[in-house]
Design a protein around this ligand. Structure first.
Ligand code: PXP
Length: 243
């Protein structure tokens, strides 16, 4: 079975925001992503609204048939928006104002008491909840305790280590162990961050990998090939048709 592909479209909004125009239109872009074969659209509404804006998430939710995965910090403001948006799923991420992108997994261990009520609220509204965590079994245990549907493991360290065989092997082992732990505990396993057309192949070996969320590499390829083709090519890999 094919691994589901969620496309993070935040970078399209970064480009749009470079000028005070609606170019590219985020809705049109999301529709093209959908046409390319994506399984869902991921958007991260940041506290500072540096890329995706409130209007974007509601318009994409309204116009796209494929589900929305709402990436959000664990704040009351984002919870209120998530409940209004009613996406298929929410991915809880840590958020620092000065970071360029999400730099690490959520410290769910130390934030469990604070975050659990928010997770339960989302679940009550039938929104699946995934916690963005490092591929670390102890951390995943806390994510399970939170009541979440599953985890999205942060694959950034793996992606960065890709050119170094020893480091790559070490990072892959962490991801494989995390996946194994999730399958044993019936906890849904997703992955994301830094994945591209080269480093994705190793992850195809994970039998319980349900979904990957990818933004940067696919939107970068789209500059050359168009977004339809860029999504299609990744979808082919994830379906095992390009090995
Ligand atoms: N998953 C999460 C939780 C993220 O924060 C991001 C980056 O915004 C991604 C996936 C996509 O990462 P990339 O743009 O490196 O593919």
């Amino acid at each position: 079975m094919s691994i589901k592909l969620g496309i993070n479209i935040d970078h399209a909004a970064t480009l749009r925001n470079a000028r005070a125009e609606n170019d590219p239109s985020i809705v049109e872009f999301a529709l093209a992503v959908q046409k390319g074969g994506a399984d869902s659209i991921t958007m991260h509404l940041r506290e500072d609204r540096r890329h995706i804006r409130d209007n974007d998430i509601f318009l994409v939710r309204e116009h796209c048939k494929i589900p929305v995965n709402f990436e959000m910090a664990a704040t009351v403001e984002m919870l209120d928006i998530a409940l209004k948006l009613n996406p298929m799923s929410a991915c809880i991420v840590p958020e620092k104002r000065d970071e360029v992108t999400t730099e690490g997994g959520l410290d769910i261990k130390n934030k469990l008491a604070e975050i659990k009520p928010l997770i339960l609220k989302l679940l009550e509204y039938k929104i699946d909840v995934f916690i963005f965590v490092e591929p670390d079994i102890e951390t995943i245990k806390y994510a399970m305790e939170s009541g979440a549907t599953g985890v999205e493991v942060h694959t950034g360290a793996y992606a960065h280590s890709f050119g170094n065989t020893t480091a790559r092997k070490k990072q892959l082992e962490k991801i494989f162990s995390a996946a194994q732990f999730c399958v044993e505990n019936n906890f849904e396993f997703h992955a994301g961050h830094g994945l591209n057309y080269h480093n994705i192949y190793e992850l195809l070996k994970i039998s319980n990998l349900v979904e990957v969320n990818i933004g940067h590499s696919i939107l970068s390829r789209a500059l050359f090939s168009g977004i339809h083709r860029a999504v299609h090519d990744m979808k082919q890999i994830l379906s095992g048709h390009d090995q």
